[in-house]
Design a protein around this ligand. Structure first.
Ligand code: GLU
Length: 298
């Protein structure tokens, strides 16, 4: 794999990153991502970075951030310091958002998730088909995009809570060419065509958070000169949005490697919110880092 990685780079030192969110304890799926990034960086003479993705100030805590450092140290991984913490870079994300607003590709959206759900339920009740994104969430309805400039200005100046969304149709039209990325997760290098339209008008910033995952991840990967993104298959489809944002903001495109997911006994993907067994629990059960590698086959 190291050779394949090098062959995709013309003399550039590879940069890998593991980018967990401190909103729960890490599990075996995270261990696989972290170990693969670390080992691929080592095998290719590259750098291994750790980024703390803590834009969700309501769910991320410093205790959970410390737990990430503890778990990764226990796995015998080392990473470059200082660590980039997204909560310290909201200005960078705001600038990215402003760029998209100035390009006429972002609009303020005023509906809450519950309101969207209600609208979609009503439409589906009368037999209308509402498109859903690859994660199963309904596309954001077009109502806010149809408001007049005056109405939008009035809503904004009244202090009404809002998010900013990417106008997907306009954004795709702006680039007017198919977008691709190089994917190495399937054992060979596959040129993959992005399908950002599948996501509808994705969120760029929320009323309670100045950035969304999609926006901050592409800006940070560029700032940190990340050349290789190794992460779980659960983020495979999100790459289409990332590829679009890279195109719009003129950012470099890393190589992507989406790895298999670790499943529980019932065949479900491990998840912090589902209470999957954490690395801490495995440690307390007497497992060692070598046992974790053994379990994961890496
Ligand atoms: N912060 C994301 C997560 O914990 C990962 C982002 C990424 O690897 O691109 O799921």
């Amino acid at each position: 794999m190291a050779k394949k990685i090098m062959s995709l780079l013309s003399g550039q030192k590879p940069v890998f990153r593991f980018a967990p969110s401190p909103n729960g304890r890490l599990h075996l799926g995270h261990a696989l991502s972290a170990i693969l990034n670390h080992d691929m960086a080592g095998a290719s003479g590259g750098r291994f970075l750790l980024r703390i993705e803590d834009i969700d100030l309501t769910r991320c805590t410093t205790e959970l951030e410390q737990a990430i450092y503890d778990d990764l140290s226990w796995l015998n991984l080392d990473w470059e310091k200082p660590v980039r913490r997204q909560s310290e870079h909201f200005d960078d994300y705001r600038r990215g958002l402003e760029q998209l607003i100035e390009m006429g590709l972002a609009y303020p959206s005023f509906m809450s998730r519950a309101e969207v759900k209600g609208i979609v339920r009503d439409l589906e009740d009368v037999g209308q088909i509402c498109r859903r994104d690859p994660d199963g969430a309904p596309h954001y309805p077009a109502y806010d995009k149809q408001r007049s400039t005056r109405e939008v200005a009035a809503l904004l100046s009244s202090g009404r809570k809002h998010a900013w969304r990417l106008d997907m149709e306009k954004a795709i039209a702006h680039l007017h060419k198919p977008l691709t990325w190089e994917e190495t997760g399937k054992g060979s290098v596959v040129t993959t065509t992005a399908d950002p339209a599948a996501w509808g008008d994705v969120v760029l910033s929320r009323s309670d958070s100045p950035s969304s995952y999609h926006l901050s991840v592409v800006l940070d990967d560029a700032v940190q000169t990340v050349t290789h993104i190794v992460r779980g298959m659960d983020l495979y489809h999100a790459t289409s949005v990332h590829r679009l944002l890279q195109g719009l903001l003129g950012l470099p495109v890393p190589v992507y490697h989406h790895h298999r997911l670790i499943l529980d006994e019932d065949g479900r993907k491990l998840s912090k919110s589902e209470g999957s067994k954490s690395l801490e629990a495995l440690r307390k059960d007497g497992y060692h880092a070598s046992d974790i590698r053994g379990l994961l086959g890496v």
